[in-house]
Ligand binder design. Structure first.
Ligand SMILES: C[S@@+](CC[C@H](N)C(=O)[O-])C[C@H]1O[C@@H](n2cnc3c(N)ncnc32)[C@H](O)[C@@H]1O
Length: 301
């Protein structure tokens, strides 16, 4: 949804934009291209490996971009250090990058057999998916599978995980896939989704505390935008989308940010055909309200 992002952010030269989930730099490159000659971009990501890819991809834009290894919920610290009061636009494109899914060897995909890590930032010392599966009480696992994965077999799966780890601790993705298939019973082949899809999503959300990060970001983001500045968020599952939708509605009611999308924007069928992972994407936009005293000023850049 690159075109929609550029329009949504209202990209113009001379302004500073933040890509809070820069990933491999696809959206960032488009933002830099569309804000020539002097628009600037800060790219943030928790994953040091994808930041290296982004740095190589954006290198030809030389001094117009900076990359930061941190969470988007820490943007306030970067703005304070740079003595900046607000930026013209912030993008979050949540979920996983292709590199993480296909080449990270961190267990985000259930297709191969990889270590069960699932941390976006393997340098932060947080617990891995394997540690969570091997140590969490049964009730906690059930809650994670149910609340973050909406997995109907959450209870049975949590019980089977606890039994399996007593025989052999979890280390790899295929060990978990086998237990998931056992929990789903022989009917697992009939479903539209692979039976591991929801469970892997749930573990990734829990390991990275994704919903807490989004909530912390949403609490602070109006203070990080200049008046008239735009927020664009692309989410990939209903738990994320609900948080964003409710917050944008609350801002709108309170006169803090205007909600620009009552219904989310979705990718075109052509885009989904080219990138099937985009099929569940939902994009929502909001704009920071311009106060009366500032209406005459150039407020955004
Ligand atoms: C879907 S990818 C972004 C792809 C990017 N828009 C592009 O065009 O290449 C999502 C990225 O968000 C990053 N991420 C997830 N949680 C994060 C957080 N709390 N702070 C910063 N980055 C995060 C992931 O590491 C991943 O690289």
């Amino acid at each position: 949804m690159v075109k929609e992002v550029l329009v949504g952010l209202n990209c113009r030269p001379g302004c500073l934009y933040v890509d809070g989930t820069v990933g491999e730099g696809g959206h960032a490159a488009a933002i830099l291209d569309s804000t020539r000659p002097d628009g600037r971009l800060w790219g943030l990501d928790q994953d040091p490996a994808v930041l290296e890819t982004a740095a190589a991809r954006l290198a030809h834009h030389t001094s117009r971009f900076q990359l930061f290894h941190c969470s988007y919920s820490q943007l306030g610290e970067l703005l304070a250090a740079a003595h900046l009061e607000g930026v013209a636009g912030i993008l979050l494109d949540l979920g996983l990058s292709s590199q993480q899914l296909q080449a990270s060897q961190r267990g985000f995909s259930f297709m191969g057999d990889e270590p069960l890590d699932m941390r976006f930032n393997p340098e932060n010392g947080g617990r891995t998916a394997a540690q969570l599966l091997n140590r969490a009480p049964r009730a906690t696992l059930e809650k994670i599978f149910w609340e973050y994965g909406e997995e109907p077999q959450a209870r049975r799966l949590a019980r089977l995980v606890v039994q399996a780890r007593q025989r052999r601790l979890f280390r790899t993705t295929q060990q978990l896939v086998e237990v998931i298939k056992q929990a789903m019973g022989p009917g697992w082949r009939r479903g539209r989704l692979h039976p591991a899809t929801r469970v892997f999503q749930a573990l990734r959300i829990a390991v990275n505390r994704e919903l807490e990060q989004i909530a912390a970001f949403l609490e602070q983001v109006p203070g990080w935008l200049a008046e008239g500045g735009r927020l664009v968020v692309i989410s990939y599952h209903s738990l994320e989308d609900r948080l964003i939708k409710e917050k944008m509605a609350a801002w709108d009611r309170a006169g803090v940010m205007a909600r620009l999308t009552r219904k989310p924007l979705k990718p075109t069928p052509e885009e989904v055909a080219g990138n099937p992972r985009a099929r569940s994407a939902k994009m929502r936009l909001a704009e920071k309200i311009v106060t009366l005293s500032n209406q005459e000023k150039s407020h955004v850049c």
